[in-house]
Design a protein. Structure first.
Length: 454
């Protein structure tokens, strides 16, 4: 059993502090690792509840064998209903909701402190925003999205048939009070994008639900002044992109852009629309969308990144470069924290195009050693470095390395290059012992104060 905080009242002492809730269907391959990650929470986690929505494999039996409370339920196309049914199986003051393809990473003592403090009368805390890190097929992190995945069941519940989100249990109580959590306290690693076949299958399933939501709202009356339809258009637009139906997604997102609904999804949809247009090479509407994003309070550095991408696509490198130099973190309209490597790569290209060779070389070094992305960049770095000292380049790379494995990868890349690549690689070996002293984790951008849907 989990231990109650020493200053808790009698009710808190009788009730576990934290439980976990999952909804699953045919997740035999994922359940062992998911539940093992939850078990790393140790005595902080009192129990795990699994609501099965109709598995045809051994998921329910396996979950029981692994120590979870299991209920065989049903699937009716409503993620929020299923998620709430899973939460109802728990008996703790806080519940963490995860999916089978997610892995929990936490500092148990710090998380316990946050949860315990949140129960004090002076706290008024309802839910926690937890960073969810999406993992690419190659195992690298893609971006981190802030989601409301830990909440108090006596104050909040899930709403939304697809891409569900936590909302107040009592609508009259006003907005939920969230606390953003650092990834050093707790984060979820999402492996759902590793298999493209699985991604497409999930998109098709979600699309049927999203279609039904939009059509029902178009046929009826939206009592929220268009807000419900705006949210549904945003969710369907995202899902259409995942399903590869880009023209249909654009139609939904443009309709959302033109709505008058005062909801966050309208701003989020403009961001997605801008990205969709950039990817298709249709640049004309993007500056206007960026202006609306900026007016809505989206991070200025992210707005500059969108603007810079337009300029780069137009080969206006001298205009893009000053914008790229100002971007030191990347948080989109939803609050997702993105890796800076695309920005640094763009700065490297723009700098090279305008003849700023040293700046381009510095960006290349940063990508290779700081971010561990050396593949294919060795020859370019050597060209940018020219006839300067191989030892000096080795020193710069060693000082830029943020992890020992990055330095090894850089060494391998340069070792395969023409001279002086092998000489630089040999020089890196001399810094192998000292480099870790210079290695510091890259700063994490702050999460959004909103709690977007899953």
């Amino acid at each position: 059993m989990g231990l109650a905080p020493p200053d808790a009242d009698a009710d808190t002492m009788a009730t576990p502090l934290l439980a976990a809730a999952l909804i699953v269907r045919n997740e035999v391959a994922n359940l062992p690792d998911c539940l093992a990650s939850l078990r790393t929470l140790g005595p902080l986690l009192d129990h795990i509840a699994v609501y099965d929505t109709g598995s045809t494999d051994r998921s329910p039996e396996l979950a029981r064998e692994l120590g979870a409370r299991v209920e065989r339920g049903f699937w009716d196309g409503d993620f929020a209903r299923a998620r709430n049914a899973a939460v109802a199986l728990t008996t703790a003051r806080w519940v963490i909701c995860v999916d089978a393809d997610e892995r929990v990473v936490a500092d148990v003592d710090r998380l316990r402190d946050v949860l315990s403090a949140g129960l004090r009368p002076s706290s008024e805390l309802d839910a926690l925003i937890v960073p969810l890190v999406n993992v690419a097929p190659d195992g690298t992190d893609m971006y981190s999205a802030p989601l409301g995945r830990i909440h108090r069941p006596d104050r909040a519940r899930f709403a939304g048939r697809v891409h569900e989100r936590v909302q107040p249990l009592d609508p009259a109580a006003g907005e939920l009070r969230f606390a953003e959590q650092s990834p050093d306290v707790v984060r979820l690693r999402h492996l759902g994008y590793v298999d493209p076949v699985v991604v497409r299958a999930k998109a098709e399933r979600n699309l049927a639900i999203a279609d039904a939501d939009v059509e029902a709202l178009l046929a009826g009356t939206d009592g929220e002044g268009g807000a419900a339809l705006a949210r549904a258009l945003y969710q369907r637009g995202r899902t259409l992109i995942s399903a590869g139906r880009l023209a249909d997604a654009r139609a939904d997102l443009e309709r959302l852009d033109g709505s008058e609904a005062a909801v966050a999804e309208r701003t989020w949809g403009r961001d997605v629309l801008a990205q969709l247009l950039l990817a298709s090479g249709e640049l004309g509407p993007v500056p206007s969308l960026v202006g609306r994003l900026r007016a809505a309070g989206v991070d200025e550095r992210y707005c500059r990144w969108l603007e810079a991408q337009v300029l780069l696509a137009q080969a206006r490198y001298a205009e893009a470069l000053p914008l790229l130099r100002t971007i030191d973190h990347l948080v989109d309209a939803v609050g997702r924290s993105h890796d800076l490597t695309p920005v640094i790569g763009a700065q490297m290209i723009a700098a090279g195009r305008v003849g700023a060779v040293d700046e381009a070389a510095a960006c290349c070094i940063r990508l290779m050693a700081g971010y561990g992305r050396p593949e294919g960049l060795g020859s370019l770095l050597l060209t940018l470095w020219g006839t300067r000292s191989a030892d000096a380049l080795a020193e710069l790379l060693a000082n830029a390395a943020s992890a020992p494995e990055h330095l090894l990868a850089v060494s391998r890349e340069l070792g395969r290059c023409d001279p002086p690549g092998p000489e630089v690689a040999a020089g890196l070996a001399r810094y192998g012992e000292a480099a870790p002293r210079n290695m510091k984790p890259r700063p994490q951008p702050a999460a959004s104060k909103t709690a977007p849907s899953s």
